[in-house]
Design a protein around this ligand. Sequence first.
Ligand code: DGL
Length: 265
Amino acid sequence: MTNDISKPVLVFDSGIGGLTVLRELRVLMPERDFLYVADDAGFPYGGWAEADLRARLLDLFGQLLADHDPVVSVIACNTAFTLAGADLRAAFPNHTFVGTVPAIKPAAERTRSGLISVLATPGTVKRAYTRDLIQSFASQCHVRLVGSENLARMAEDYIRGGTVDTAAVTAEIEQCFYEQDGRKTDIVVLACTHYPFMANLFRKLAPWPVDWLDPAEAIARQARRLVPALDHLRPGLHLDRAILTKGTPDFSTRRLLQGFGLTVQ
Ligand code: DGL
């Protein structure tokens, strides 16, 4: 990896979820420029057939790496990375990818009740990768996988200032709360980068308090480890950009991205 300051950090998601990771990356990597890429033409990823989504991601990254030559790519999307992280690394061996996977290991280390839920897209819930994480790191816990068809889309509306139906949100999260032998779920892993935008609402609607585990900071720390700070550089004025695969965004999306300091190309 050439740690050239002119190269941006690429942050990728199917939609606006990766902005929850961009926030943390900016804190830890203040000297870098960022390029945010949303594959909104493919959104939502949760219901895609695995082979089709894998092929799409490999194609997209072939193009993105050739066009933008980023210093590192942060795949800020559980649905994409749990499926195609290994394929991307194999296809582009000279490029560094930072991944996002359900935070099952930290949840297993922190839980007191031993009852954890993983709230994710239907895609992430059915991945072999997710099952392997549970087997490797949480075999002593009870882990319930809760796949939500609608939450990523609801989060997109919510963050743009749209109204959300709280009963509909409750219906999406209520499966996360369960009891066994007098013990209750005490950790819900937010295993879709869209969901932290709704964490305040989740807290209000939850039948009892739990820890909502957001992996964004851990992902940013990993990116920081892989792209060491160049000591002589001071945080400067940045021209962070956003690209959407659909092309020109609508007004509310443009306003949202500008609010995050991103110029839409
Ligand atoms: N933000 C994505 C994730 O972390 C998924 C959203 C979607 O496209 O369904 O899994």
